[in-house]
Write a protein that binds this ligand. Structure first.
Ligand SMILES: Nc1ncnc2c1ncn2[C@@H]1O[C@H](COP(=O)(O)OP(=O)(O)OP(=O)(O)O)[C@@H](O)[C@H]1O
Ligand SMILES: [Mg+2]
Length: 273
C-alpha cells in the first residue's frame, strides 16, 4: 500500500462571475491528476509556473478540497474524514512553504513556534514541549540562542530550518514541500537540501517536493512527475527521466537547466587588469 495515493484529482477555479454572482467562466487548474508517494521516498512535482503544482500539493493534504478525485493516506479515504478525524490525521502530514516567515507568528519566540503543535494536538505542558522543541532546533542546526529570538531576527535560511523543525514536531510521515529553497541564496540552498535529505533517511520521511528547478530535483528526487497545464505529462524514476525524457515538454524543461560543466571543458582562469 502506498503512503499517499492521489487519483483523478481535479480542481477548477472561478475566473468570471456575472452581476448575480454566478460563475460564467471556470479555469481548470488541475485536471485528472493521479500519483502515489511511497513511504520514505521523494516524488518531485515539476513544471512551468501555473502548471498546477501547488494546487495539487495542497489537495494532497486536503488543504484545498478537490472538485473531483480521491486522496488516500495509508489506504484511508481522506476526503471522507470529518473535522476531528482530519485534524488527527494532520499529525502525519505537514507542509513547508517557500516563505517560512509568513507561516510564523511574529510575536512568538522560535522555541514556542516549534513547540506549538504539541500544545494544539496533545495539550502538552510548556516545559515538556519546549524541551522537545529545543531538541528539534538543535537537530536542524540552530544554536540554543535562537530559541528565544523572534522570526524577524532570523535569516531566510535560519527561518526555513525553523519551519522544518516545526514540521517535524508531530513526527509526520509525509511533508509536502512547496519550493522550499527557491527563496534562499545558492550556498544556503545546498545546506538546507542536505538537511532535508538527512532527516528523510533518519525518520523514514516521504516528501512531495514541488519545484520548478530541475537541477535541484535531479539531486533530491527518487521519482519525478512533470506537470503542464494542469496535467501530468510524464512520470518516472528521476535518473531515467533526466537521461531520456519521453516528451518534448520535459526535454524543453531540461534544456533550460544549467548543467554542471565538466572541469576539462572549463575555460582557464584569466587574470584581469
Ligand atoms: N485560488 C485561486 N483562484 C483562482 N485561480 C487560481 C487559484 N489558485 C491557483 N489558481 C490558478 O491555477 C493555476 C495553477 O496554480 P498553481 O499555483 O497550482 O501553479 P504552480 O504550478 O504552483 O505555479 P508556480 O510555479 O508559479 O508556483 C494558475 O493559473 C493559477 O493562477
Ligand atoms: Mg506554486
Amino acid at each position: 500500500m502506498s503512503l499517499l495515493e492521489a487519483k483523478h484529482l481535479t480542481k477548477r477555479f472561478a475566473v468570471k462571475r456575472n452581476l448575480f454572482g454566478r460563475v460564467t467562466e471556470w479555469f481548470t487548474a488541475v485536471d485528472d491528476v493521479s500519483f502515489t508517494v511511497e513511504q520514505g521516498e521523494t516524488l518531485a512535482l515539476v513544471g512551468e509556473s501555473g502548471a498546477g503544482k501547488s494546487t495539487t500539493g495542497r489537495m494532497a493534504l486536503r488543504l484545498i478540497e478537490p472538485d473531483m478525485g480521491e486522496v488516500r493516506f495509508e489506504g484511508e479515504d481522506l476526503l471522507a474524514l470529518d473535522g476531528p478525524a482530519m485534524r488527527k490525521r494532520r499529525q502525519d502530514m505537514q507542509m513547508i512553504f517557500q516563505d517560512p516567515f509568513s507561516s510564523l507568528a511574529p510575536h512568538r519566540t522560535i522555541g514556542e513556534a516549534v513547540a506549538e503543535p504539541l500544545l494544539v494536538h496533545f495539550g502538552m505542558g510548556s516545559k515538556e514541549r519546549l524541551a522537545i522543541a529545543a531538541g528539534l532546533l538543535d537537530r536542524v542546526g540552530l544554536s540554543a540562542a535562537v530559541r528565544e529570538r523572534y522570526p524577524s531576527e532570523l535569516s531566510g535560511g535560519q527561518l526555513q530550518r525553523v519551519a522544518i523543525a516545526r514540521a517535524l514536531t508531530l513526527e509526520p510521515k509525509l511533508i509536502v514541500c512547496d519550493e522550499p529553497v527557491a527563496a534562499l541564496d545558492v550556498s544556503v540552498r545546498a545546506q538546507v537540501l542536505n538537511l532535508m535529505h538527512d532527516l528523510q533517511a533518519e525518520r523514514k520521511l516521504a516528501y512531495l517536493f514541488v519545484s520548478h528547478d530541475l537541477a535541484l530535483v535531479e539531486v533530491i528526487a527518487d521519482r519525478v512527475a512533470v506537470m503542464s497545464h494542469g496535467r501530468i505529462v510524464e512520470e518516472g524514476p528521476s535518473a531515467e527521466l533526466f537521461r531520456s525524457p519521453k516528451t518534448e515538454y520535459t526535454a524543453e524543461l531540461l534544456s533550460a537547466v544549467p548543467r554542471p560543466v565538466p572541469r576539462s571543458l572549463r575555460a582557464p582562469a584569466t587574470t584581469l587588469g
